[in-house]
Design a protein around this ligand. Structure first.
Ligand code: GLC
Length: 427
């Protein structure tokens, strides 16, 4: 039996469906976003498997010839969103943005295969080569020197846009005089105090200008672009996605790819050590131009469990941090350490709780046997949705829902988890 919240979540997914692809929420984000679509697929899979597969298939329609899966697919021009296709100038069909986002797709596809039957495995088959190309793109273009640590060329590539993780890299960006005037649209929809600042936006656009002017040459971006940072989020998500892609290769009998994926995994397990900040005793973001570490722990640091990354001692240290951070908030997991002076409870990725990150953290903690921490975070997520609704993000102290409402990925996480004791689906 479906609970009222389940029905509401299903209604949101259907309302945000634009015919084969889903928008994150109306007005604020009117296009198809990369990792949002992957989570949307998981939500659809709970009640409409064909529609779930369509979401992944339409996303891969926008894959670049070099393998990149862009972060936004512009299927129509929508004046509600800035920066749109005219700013990015991707020269692709459909038009898209010029960088990627956290590669959760292979993990989502494996989940759909494991939760389905033989027809789901067949639906995954034509996607395999595309996912392999996407992973190869990340390993080669975002790690041109083969260190085992991928970098991101824009904070938006992390999916955690204005997180304090990027402050050191963003501070080094010189905004050119000819950036030109521009009109943001996000602050017309949402209180500016809950969105990135103007100084940050100038720098976001400076990176896009560089990308546009070099024709989105990915190696050039990685070597000489205005921004190149190691992100625990993308690194750990890619490690887990490689592991899940390897499993898919086994299930699909794709033997040729297995050795390659195994090499990526091995290299990344070593490479992620470059993110271990001994001063903080945790995995932290790092500026790959200067070697400087960010000194804060984020929700993405906690994805070490999800990747199975690090030594036993390192994971034990991360579990201690997790418990300490959870003790400081009413609802976990905050996107930034509340003990850090840069924490802001309501500003986007500088403090608020995001349901999708919780979903990934909980998956990892459960796998690592940290079930109490996992249960606590899952329970906090459920309480947030029950009291505030399906918002984009939440204040970790007051529990208030902020950003966009009727949000696709928050609804999807709810459906995948079920609504707990009130819902038979959870059993
Ligand atoms: C914001 C988020 C990003 C997400 C997008 C659409 O830019 O930071 O992670 O993909 O909105 O929801």
């Amino acid at each position: 039996m479906e609970s009222r919240l389940d029905q509401e979540a299903i209604r949101i997914l259907k309302a945000n469906d634009r015919g084969g692809f889903t928008i994150p929420t109306a007005r604020l984000y009117p296009y198809q976003w990369n990792w949002d679509s992957a989570f949307a697929a998981l939500g659809f899979a709970e009640f409409d498997r064909d529609r779930a597969w369509r979401e992944i298939e339409t996303l891969f329609e926008a894959q670049w010839p070099d393998g990149m899966l862009p972060h936004i697919v512009f299927r129509q021009n929508d004046p509600d969103y800035f920066p749109g296709p005219a700013i990015w100038q991707s020269n692709t069909e459909p038009p898209s943005s010029g960088h990627s986002q956290p590669p959760v797709t292979a993990s989502v596809v494996l989940r759909m295969v494991q939760g389905g039957d033989a027809s789901d495995l067949e639906r995954a088959r034509p996607l395999f080569a595309k996912m392999l190309a996407f992973h190869r793109w990340y390993h080669e273009m975002r790690d041109p020197d083969g260190t085992g640590l991928v970098g991101i060329v824009h904070p938006w590539e992390s999916g955690r846009d204005n997180c304090p993780d990027w402050d050191i890299g963003m501070d080094r960006i010189a905004v050119p005089d000819d950036l030109g005037p521009y009109q943001r649209r996000d602050t017309e929809h949402i209180d500016p105090a809950e969105r990135p600042s103007t100084a940050q936006y100038d720098r976001y656009l400076t990176i896009i200008k560089f990308g546009r002017e070099c024709g989105w040459d990915h190696v050039e971006m990685a070597r000489n672009g205005p921004f190149f940072m190691g992100d625990p989020g993308v690194q750990f998500i890619l490690m887990r996605a490689d592991r899940d892609l390897l499993r898919l290769a086994e299930l699909l009998g794709e033997t040729a790819a297995q050795e390659q994926i195994g090499r990526w995994l091995e290299r990344a397990s070593a490479g992620c050590q470059l993110l271990w900040n001994p001063e903080v005793n945790a995995f932290c973001a790092r500026d790959l131009r200067t070697g400087e570490f960010s000194d804060g722990i984020t929700s993405a640091s906690m994805l070490a469990f999800y990747a199975g990354a690090g030594t036993d001692e390192q994971r034990a240290a991360m579990a201690v941090h997790a418990a300490r951070i959870l003790d400081q908030v009413a609802f976990g997991f905050p996107s930034f350490d509340p003990a850090h002076p840069r924490f802001e409870a309501k500003r986007y990725w500088r403090g608020p709780v995001w349901a999708i990150i919780n979903f990934l953290i909980v998956d990892g903690l459960n796998e690592a046997g940290e079930t109490q921490l996992a249960e606590r975070i899952r329970d906090d997520t459920r309480r947030l949705v029950e009291t505030a609704g399906f918002f984009e993000y939440f204040d970790p102290q007051s529990g208030e829902g902020i950003g966009g409402s009727d949000f696709t990925w928050t609804a999807a996480v709810h459906l995948v988890w079920g609504s707990g004791s009130t819902n038979s689906r959870a059993a």
